[in-house]
Design a protein around this ligand. Sequence first.
Ligand SMILES: Cc1cc2nc3c(=O)[nH]c(=O)nc-3n(C[C@H](O)[C@H](O)[C@H](O)COP(=O)(O)OP(=O)(O)OC[C@H]3O[C@@H](n4cnc5c(N)ncnc54)[C@H](O)[C@@H]3O)c2cc1C
Length: 247
Amino acid sequence: MINKQHIEALRKIVGHTNVLDAIEQMTAYSYDGTNTWSHLPDVVVFPLSTSQVSRVLKYANDNRIPVTPRGGGTNVSGGSIPIKGGIVLCLTKMDKIIEINKTNLNATVEPGVVLQDFQKALGKEGLFFPPDPQSFAGCTMGGVIAENSGGPSCLKYGVAKQYVLGLEVVLADGTVMKLGGLTPKNRTGYELAMLFTGSEGTLGVITKMGLRLMPALKPTGPSWPSLTMRRWRGDGNLYYCQQCFTL
Ligand SMILES: Cc1cc2nc3c(=O)[nH]c(=O)nc-3n(C[C@H](O)[C@H](O)[C@H](O)COP(=O)(O)OP(=O)(O)OC[C@H]3O[C@@H](n4cnc5c(N)ncnc54)[C@H](O)[C@@H]3O)c2cc1C
């Protein structure tokens, strides 16, 4: 389905080293956390910017090439397996934390930021991002939003959708859309950012996220009652959640 001209065209968009087409390189992108199914892509492409994502998607759309977005590949629903071959669009090189705004309790990040790295950066500012899938060391922020992930903290604090303020997404034809913003009151018209949250890569590719944050929980001594919920924090310390205890 994909020929040498297609691969050359993709290399022109993202650069030679950001395209993999050898079987031994692509095998790692043929499966995910389900560990049950696998399918080789024809090519793996690592975009570095929204504009490159847009150009890759437009090219794939024009040439009827299937595209499967991928972050850390830790999902357990088969979502990042390229069952129709084509392009695996791996977002891991778009990994910048663009802004952490302590005053307004929000952050803007690219999809390839690893959750653990994000938590560490937030920990230094006295902040945290509650969704904490236990794959935190390998999953990416794009995957967390695309899967509407939870984790132990979601029992009290809610899942990813409760922390999405706005998204930048690229549609299959390459159109870039900005949905929502960075403020909680930014809701004219349909809640399209919510539609993309949990859509598992079926509606488009998330290229930027505006996220709501919380102040970090205060660390407490080990004398706290055992009923208190233990929490993993980005700085590697164990914290205890006072609110959990008081509920
Ligand atoms: C050991 C382990 C523990 C886990 N624990 C939890 C848990 O506690 N709670 C929980 O909810 N989940 C958990 N998961 C599931 C999974 O890790 C999370 O859902 C995680 O957020 C997926 O992120 P990822 O970067 O690996 O995404 P991937 O697996 O790469 O992709 C997930 C889906 O999102 C799509 N996608 C990825 N990036 C983008 C993007 N930028 N734009 C559009 N679509 C995109 C993919 O096509 C795919 O459909 C766990 C998995 C493992 C292996």
